[in-house]
Design a binder for this molecule. Structure first.
Ligand SMILES: Cc1cc2nc3c(=O)[nH]c(=O)nc-3n(C[C@H](O)[C@H](O)[C@H](O)COP(=O)(O)O)c2cc1C
Length: 332
């Protein structure tokens, strides 16, 4: 593992060596083995609670992660549904998160307001993920510990405004006083150095990590990611105003056709967007069907490697970027 290169408000808050967070990947993509590998490599990872509706299985995942990290802190991703009863359904998982001594939570989706009291009482740090700086103000007012802002390049949900990560990274620190994490299209150390230079405290990655050896997805899918250059990524579900950046497979093409036809009835989308299709694709390696979150940062995923090797490369690259800046500014 490389020595610490940067000390930021996020490395201090989470007690991690490197300002590198790996966002939750569901369904059942970022499981205990992967999250522990991220933590053991000096970053922070998040187990996606939604992947474990069975409470015993969820608790078992958390315990396994604690065992694999030898007690180091790790995170959980909580999706807060906008549907009626969404927070109610989370209650049991929240209790388990609190009981099992989770260090931090990445919240995403709707406002984290309803879950904050439980998490705060348990001393758990809350990092709320938003797809535009404008939403970060609300989260900051509610009292989260940090905000994660993802740009339009992100795998998953980039929001409806289509603002790129470069703009978000430069703007967020001007508007938000809290520690800031920037994600979306990041997969190199040059981007890490640039993001910190713009005022952020850490980066968040998803797509680039799809080739992590510790990730429990089929090797054929990882091989496909290695071959990808990012042009296979497409934003769909625009008709539902639930923009989703995914692999442009058969399901995505069917959904894009619905979008283009002006469809806005979820029942038309349902056969293509169910989570079971994605679970099946990750398990079998056949990626034709399902909404498979996938962003252009796959271009940096050049081989299947352990998480620590990916981090090492990023840190070496970041160091070179700092040297280059030093040379350009006459300081080296
Ligand atoms: C395969 C995959 C699955 C994801 N699943 C989730 C999820 O369940 N919940 C969530 O909040 N974000 C999810 N994300 C988004 C990531 O946590 C992160 O915000 C995003 O990947 C960052 O952008 P990048 O892909 O350009 O690195 C997923 C991303 C990927 C690539």
């Amino acid at each position: 593992m490389r020595d610490a290169l940067f000390k930021t408000r996020i490395t201090e808050m989470l007690g991690i060596r490197h300002p590198i967070l790996c966002g939750g990947m569901g369904p059942r993509v970022s499981e205990a083995e992967y999250v522990a590998a991220v933590v053991n490599a000096g970053g922070m990872g998040f187990i996606v609670a939604a992947g474990f509706p069975d409470p015993d299985e969820f608790r078992e995942q958390l315990r396994r992660c604690r065992q694999l990290t030898a007690g180091k802190g790790f995170g959980v991703n909580l999706y807060i549904s906008r549907q009626a009863g969404g927070v109610e359904r989370l209650k049991q998982q929240l209790a388990i998160v609190a009981e099992e001594g989770v260090l931090c939570v990445e919240t995403a989706g709707a406002s984290p307001e309803a879950v904050l009291p439980v998490l705060r009482d348990a001393g758990i740090k809350v990092l709320h993920k938003v797809p535009a700086v404008r939403y970060a103000h609300t989260a900051a007012r509610l009292g989260v510990d940090a905000v994660i802002v993802v740009g339009n390049d992100c795998g998953g949900h980039p929001g409806i405004y289509g603002i790129g990560s470069m703009v978000q990274a430069a703007r967020a620190p001007e508007e938000i006083a809290l520690p800031i994490v920037i994600g979306g299209g990041i997969g190199s150390g040059r981007q890490l150095a640039a993001t910190l230079a713009m005022g952020a405290d850490a980066v968040l990655m998803g797509s680039r990590m799809l080739v992590s050896r510790e990730l429990q997805i089929h090797p054929d899918y990882k091989a496909q990611v290695v071959r990808g250059d990012g042009s296979e990524s497409i934003i769909v579900k625009t008709g539902l105003r639930d923009h989703h950046r995914v692999l442009n497979n058969d399901s995505a093409k069917a959904v894009a056709a619905l979008d283009a036809a002006g469809a806005s009835d979820f029942e038309l989308y349902r056969p293509h967007v169910g989570g079971a299709l994605a679970t099946q694709a990750y398990a079998s390696g056949d990626s034709a069907l399902g909404m498979l979150d996938y962003g252009p940062a796959v271009v940096f995923a050049d081989a299947v490697k352990p998480v620590e090797a990916i981090f090492d490369e990023m840190l070496d690259d970041a160091r070179q970027a700092l040297q280059r800046l030093g040379q350009l500014s006459g300081q080296a």
